[in-house]
Design a protein around this ligand. Structure first.
Ligand SMILES: Cc1cc2nc3c(=O)[nH]c(=O)nc-3n(C[C@H](O)[C@H](O)[C@H](O)COP(=O)(O)OP(=O)(O)OC[C@H]3O[C@@H](n4cnc5c(N)ncnc54)[C@H](O)[C@@H]3O)c2cc1C
Length: 519
């Protein structure tokens, strides 16, 4: 039997392992995982009966094969969840599907509400030039915004940076309020130093007719207008958070004969010409090695190339210079928010209905707030009496923020929540938890422009398949990471032909729709 070694037990690694065992009986499949848990960045952490998502992972894909894959692991709910039942909220149910109140293997259908919080007011996300924005910003600021937008339309900038990209679409005033500070918080760089490619992936253009229509529409008195309809969307979410999906998928992988070894950090990749012979890894302070016929790597491409022998200098430097943004998330359990629910959405305890809130204010370091009660009531031990929130902070590995202790993080997060008017001074902190995530965001600056050369060279290593988010240094979501794994398995079983397809995921239109052969 041949041996396939997979580096990393995140969504990409687990998908690769499971797909390979489902499609071929020729391989012994071993996953080497550095940490002690399944799911990578998409893991769920448990704290005294409250579960924390290391971000807030929406399960949504335009690719039907991925949706089916997820639904096969966790069947869609057939009965309402605790909060839907209690509040009488209507939710689409699958006939014969499991009851989340009595069964655990359930995929919930949730309502997505997310907004921007700026200057103690809520704005639509993504930001829109609509009546709500006008009302919240005030007449004078809007006048400035209107003039700067007109200026941007007349004097279009050549788009050399993310700053040019935003100003061309929103004008300087709106850019300075909504994008400049947030982008700097996220990436630790000013938007003028970031490539415009990033914006193209994330921001839709601004339609002036749509703006006027929206503003006129909202100024006319229409009875029972549903103010927030534009904010409603649905997404799927495992009863116990994203990690449940990957833990369930890992169980299937093990049932099919796969092996996962935790606490094994791959540090060396021994190559002879265009072929990997063995991997070196650290386990419990010991250096060990494992031969491999084929390697799927979801470890950061920077570390992969850094651990290889005989890499040409130019490529070694590209890999060495690849930048990342690291991330700290702080869970805080309280029993009240100062923030009031002024929407039409019904929630347990009448808390704000948002799953997550973007924090745009520059005078706080917080980037986003997750309200886990709204993701799944089963994430919270007492969803009626307590609110379990996750605060997100972007930082750089080893910097002052990264080094803060969990206690300092809890105090810091509380202070910022009070400053923003989200928490009152007398609100108790019933529980807190801090998680630090290395290389959470692969960034598109520094040596990133050299990625095509590095990719070409890596593709030349005949038994190596680079998959996933950091494995490809691409801003891949879970579905994209899975698709890279599916493509890689197909490519291996076709004799290694068409590696380019693995890298095309999340760059070509077809991946935003559905691939024929993954139906
Ligand atoms: C804040 C935030 C919010 C997000 N929200 C969403 C969302 O709403 N929807 C969505 O679809 N996606 C979302 N994502 C993206 C999602 O988290 C990733 O796409 C997904 O986890 C990537 O899977 P992966 O397997 O490629 O990598 P990872 O999840 O990073 O897993 C890689 C694994 O490899 C292991 N590893 C690394 N180096 C080594 C080594 N040297 N040796 C052995 N093991 C190693 C790691 O420990 C890890 O377990 C979000 C990400 C963040 C940061």
């Amino acid at each position: 039997m041949k041996r396939a070694v997979i580096i990393g037990a995140g969504p990409a690694g687990i998908t690769a392992g499971l797909e390979l065992l489902k499609k071929s009986g020729e391989y012994e499949v071993i996953i080497l995982e550095e940490s002690r848990r399944i799911g990578g960045i998409s893991a769920t952490v448990s704290c005294e009966g409250n579960r924390m998502d290391l971000g807030g992972h929406r399960f949504f894909s335009k690719n039907k094969a991925v949706m089916r894959w997820w639904e096969e692991i966790l069947p869609l709910q057939g009965k309402p969840a605790f909060d839907d039942k209690k509040l009488g909220r209507k939710v689409e149910l699958l006939k014969g599907g499991p009851d989340p109140e009595t069964e655990d293997r359930v995929f919930l259908k949730r309502q997505r509400v997310s907004r921007i919080y700026y200057n103690q007011r809520f704005f639509d996300y993504p930001v829109k030039m609509n009546w709500n924005t006008v009302k919240n910003l005030g007449f004078f600021t809007m006048l400035q915004a209107g003039c700067s937008y007109l200026k941007a339309v007349i004097f279009r900038r050549e788009e050399k940076s993310l700053e040019d990209f935003y100003i061309n679409r929103f004008g300087k005033k709106i850019y300075s309020i909504f994008f400049e500070g947030y982008t700097e918080k996220l990436w630790g760089r000013h938007p003028r130093d970031i490539s415009p490619d990033w914006g193209a992936q994330r921001v839709k253009g601004l339609s002036v007719t749509a703006v006027i229509k929206d503003m006129l529409g909202k100024m006319l008195p229409v009875k029972n207008r549903k103010v927030e309809t534009s904010l409603i969307e649905n997404f799927y979410y495992p009863k116990f958070g994203p990690g449940q999906m990957w833990e369930e998928a890992a169980k299937r992988f093990l049932e099919l004969g796969g092996r996962i070894t935790f606490g094994c950090k791959v540090t060396g990749i021994c190559r002879k010409e265009g072929h990997i012979e063995k991997l070196i890894f650290e386990e419990n302070g010991e250096t060990k090695e494992l031969t491999a016929d084929v390697v799927f790597s979801s470890m950061p491409v920077k570390d992969l190339v850094g651990g290889m022998n005989n890499v040409p200098d130019k490529l070694k430097n590209i890999a060495k210079g690849l930048p990342y943004r690291d991330f700290v998330t702080v869970g805080i359990l309280t029993d009240r928010l100062k923030l009031r629910n002024e929407t039409n959405f019904k929630t347990l305890g009448d808390i704000v209905p948002d799953c997550w809130i973007y924090v745009q204010d520059r005078h706080v370091k917080m980037g986003r707030i997750q309200i886990f009660n709204n993701w799944s009531p089963y994430m919270v031990k007492n969803p009626e009496g307590t609110i379990w929130i996750g605060l997100e902070y972007f930082c750089a590995w080893g910097d002052a923020m990264w080094q803060m202790s969990p206690e300092r993080w809890a105090a810091f997060g509380r202070k910022e929540l009070i400053k923003m008017g989200i928490l009152s001074k007398d609100a108790p902190i019933l529980l807190s938890h801090c998680e630090k995530v290395k290389k959470a965001y692969p960034a598109y600056f520094d040596t990133y422009a050299g990625m095509p050369d590095l990719k070409k060279w890596l593709n030349g290593i005949d038994n190596l398949y680079c998959i996933g988010r950091n494995g490809q240094h691409r801003y891949n979501n879970m579905d994209h990471s899975m698709l890279t794994a599916m493509e890689a398995v197909d490519c291996l079983l076709l004799g290694g032909i068409g590696k380019e397809r693995i890298w095309n995921v999340n760059t070509e239109q077809e991946y935003h729709e559905e691939r024929q052969d993954h139906k």
